[in-house]
Design a protein around this ligand. Structure first.
Ligand SMILES: [Zn+2]
Ligand SMILES: [Zn+2]
Length: 419
């Protein structure tokens, strides 16, 4: 018996429909906002992630699946999607001369983290990137799109948090003050904070250790050190969020774990998730393209963990894409009819499941129930002789006799199979 790797999961029928629903909703809404899909390889040169995410980050230091292939090249399973997308845009010359580029992606990412509820070592992300001008209206449009996404998925309550962490122009001044203040507080802070104080002081603001909170709340905020350009950018973001009635709170401790972010950072949390309450996050990354050898072009993007969304989805029966009707022929004498009927239903875009084994009615209905198929069509030789068929609603147990015709069957099963 071989088992799956720790921190991975098998997504089985019965559960996978939620994922399909989530992904379909994402495709649908992103398309409305003008995004197109991009698929990049699952592994890349290690250097791509070291250079973009940053040598001193937890991801690069501790969490990457890095290995040498047979030619001794160092490869890494992608731990996130932004760097590969930007790399692909540069390599395929998508950034040259055109206007704003809007791309989304979905797929597995890999990080060697401690597995816990909603967190896996192979996890699925949906994300989008806008490459183009450094315009705060882009930041707002992305947040609006995500609010739309949550509304349509009926995930609530949720909270939008925003911050600005400055740019390479103004951040050094802030980091200097922040470092000095952290140094004073170091004896009171946890081991992680002590380690990050010198390597990545912004991440200290991220610390969730209870006893650190009072000290961290007293640290200076990047918002008080923004340059004119960053200040204006952040003011426009807030003005347009207000104009659109999108509720948010400014959270000066909201930094992102990746080095390439600047100016706007944002996060959406939900109390539905408990202590680890982040649903998604993102921000602006103006220097990334250049640092990867591309043109000086700005970016804004986000990524969401599908596992967390699945936890937050309403507890409904997502039988989207599952078979909608189960054909239960009573004995081999009815198979001719069953095969023809299944074929006709499928040509009419009905998702039909036909049992091929010679099973009793009881065991066929049990099977239909297990597959959570909402309707079963039951027919024996006697019914077929009368050109009739029994249509059983598997959810409420009611059963009606209808004529054994496709149009009649469609009428009986459509109407309350929406979703
Ligand atoms: Zn600035
Ligand atoms: Zn700490």
């Amino acid at each position: 018996m071989i088992h799956r790797i720790k921190g991975t999961q098998d997504l089985l029928p019965g559960e996978i429909e939620k994922w399909q629903y989530l992904e379909q909703k994402a495709r649908d809404i992103f398309a409305r906002y003008g995004y197109m899909e991009i698929r990049t390889p699952i592994f890349e040169e290690t250097e791509l992630f070291v250079r973009s995410i940053g040598q001193e980050t937890d991801i690069v230091q501790k969490e990457m699946y890095t290995f040498a292939d047979k030619s001794k090249k160092s490869l890494t399973l992608r731990p996130e999607g932004t760097a590969p997308v930007v790399r692909a845009c540069i390599e395929n010359n998508l950034l040259a001369g055109s206007g704003t580029l809007k791309l989304f992606y979905m797929g597995p990412m890999f990080r060697y983290e401690r597995p816990q509820k909603g967190r896996y070592r192979q996890f699925y992300q949906i994300g989008a990137e806008v490459l183009g001008p450094d315009n705060p209206l882009i930041d707002v449009e992305v947040m609006e799109m995500l609010v739309r996404f949550l509304e349509e998925l009926e995930i609530h309550p949720y909270q939008l948090h925003i911050n600005s962490i400055g740019c390479p122009g103004c951040r050094p001044k802030y980091l200097k003050v922040l470092r000095a203040e952290i140094t004073h507080a170091l004896p009171q802070l946890c081991a992680d904070c002590n380690r990050r104080a010198s390597t990545n002081p912004l991440r200290v603001l991220d610390c969730k250790v209870e006893t650190d909170q009072a000290h961290i709340n007293a640290l200076p905020a990047s918002l008080d050190y923004l340059c004119e350009d960053c200040r204006t950018h952040f003011a426009v973001v807030q003005r347009f969020l207000n104009n659109r009635d999108i509720h948010y709170s400014v959270n000066s401790r909201l930094v992102r774990g990746l080095d390439y972010y600047e100016k706007t950072t944002f996060e959406i949390t939900s109390d539905l998730l408990g202590a680890q309450n982040a649903l998604l996050g993102g921000g602006r990354y103006n220097g990334l393209s250049e640092s990867l050898g591309g043109p000086a072009i700005s970016g804004f993007g986000f990524a969401l963990g599908e596992e967390r969304f699945i936890l937050a989805l309403p507890k409904e029966d997502y039988f989207w894409m599952r078979p909608e009707v189960y054909l239960a022929p009573l004995g081999p004498a009815c198979f001719d009819f069953a095969v023809t009927l299944a074929s006709q239903l499928r040509r009419n875009e009905i998702r039909a499941f036909l049992e091929f084994g010679d099973k009793s009615l009881k065991s066929q209905l049990r099977h239909a129930d297990k597959l959570r198929i909402p309707f079963a069509l039951i027919f024996g030789t006697e019914e077929l002789h009368r050109k009739e068929i029994q249509c059983k609603n598997m959810r409420d147990g009611t059963q009606v006799t209808i004529r054994a015709e496709v149009s009649e069957i469609i009428r009986a099963i459509r109407g309350d199979t929406a979703r």
